[in-house]
Design a protein around this ligand. Structure first.
Ligand SMILES: Nc1ncnc2c1ncn2[C@@H]1O[C@H](COP(=O)(O)OP(=O)(O)OP(=O)(O)O)[C@@H](O)[C@H]1O
Length: 250
């Protein structure tokens, strides 16, 4: 399975944030999306998840020789940087509601307590209102429910920044387990995290997507190269690009 982006353009007020970006993301790999503040990472995720309409180009899901240009938003699991949860529900009530609504998409249905415990929400917290959860606890719940349904595409917007070290470790394992059934893309500003977790790193810079070959990710001068690439314009970078990067993916 592949998520295919072809010459995608998204503008806000006539200004192109994403401009003719093309890339193929494959199932079985974790992709780290890096870009400067305001580069358009969240915008790109909103385009892939059909929250935003494109100004140009296509985004499709391909499975073998089948291509779906009109997949609906249930094909995409999206873990937002800021959790979107109904604060008036308890953790238990929300997971129960989510499981009821999605029961046809779940292979096995367990008690909400089991899911919550697996995400590290202790019994004493399971019946508290979500609005009173810490940011990290809300993130855990959001990640838990998004991953339950095993969508073909999983997007994680800066996913691990609010977790303590123990939970971050567990969540990394959980993210890795998702690549068996999903195309997994996560955005981050933490280069070390991208190096640890990703099979490929993709830069979003000046509206375009460019993949860095996996064999370069662990080079000693990797950070310096990424900083250089994200600090200069594509035109200035042409020589470096041709040596280091694969334009538009493989
Ligand atoms: N709904 C909107 N209307 C107008 N402009 C928007 C909208 N959403 C995002 N933008 C602008 O698009 C640009 C890209 O924003 P986006 O949030 O996608 O960047 P990002 O790469 O996720 O940034 P960061 O790393 O800082 O979170 C920014 O200039 C932002 O102000």
């Amino acid at each position: 399975m592949k998520l295919v982006l072809e010459t995608v353009t998204k503008k806000f007020d006539q200004k192109a944030i994403i401009e003719g970006a093309s890339f193929e993301f494959e199932k079985g790999k974790i992709y780290g999306l890096l870009g400067r503040n305001g580069a358009g990472k969240t915008t790109l995720f909103n385009c892939i998840s059909r929250n935003l309409q494109l100004d140009n180009g296509q985004i499709a899901i391909e499975e073998g020789d089948q291509r779906d240009d009109n997949y609906d938003n249930t094909s995409v699991g999206f873990v937002y940087a800021t959790p979107h949860l109904p604060g008036f529900m308890t953790g238990y009530e929300f997971v129960k509601f989510f499981v009821d609504v999605n029961k046809e998409r779940l292979a096995v249905i367990e008690d909400p307590q089991v899911y919550l415990a697996r995400a590290g929400i202790e019994s004493k917290d399971q019946h508290r209102l979500l609005k009173d959860y810490s940011h990290g606890m809300q993130n855990k719940v959001q990640m838990l429910v998004t991953m339950l349904v095993k969508s073909p595409v999983l997007l994680l917007d800066e996913p691990l920044t609010s977790f303590d070290v123990v939970v971050a470790h567990e969540m990394k394992e959980l993210i890795i387990s998702q690549k068996d059934h999903s195309v997994v893309i996560f955005s981050t500003h933490i280069l070390q995290l991208a190096q640890d977790l990703c099979d490929e790193i993709v830069l979003l810079h000046e509206g375009k997507l460019t993949g860095i070959p996996s064999e370069r990710i662990h080079d000693a001068d990797f950070e310096e190269e990424v900083v250089k690439l994200l600090s200069t314009s594509h035109a200035e970078n042409n020589t470096l690009n041709s040596i280091l990067l694969q334009e538009g993916g493989q």
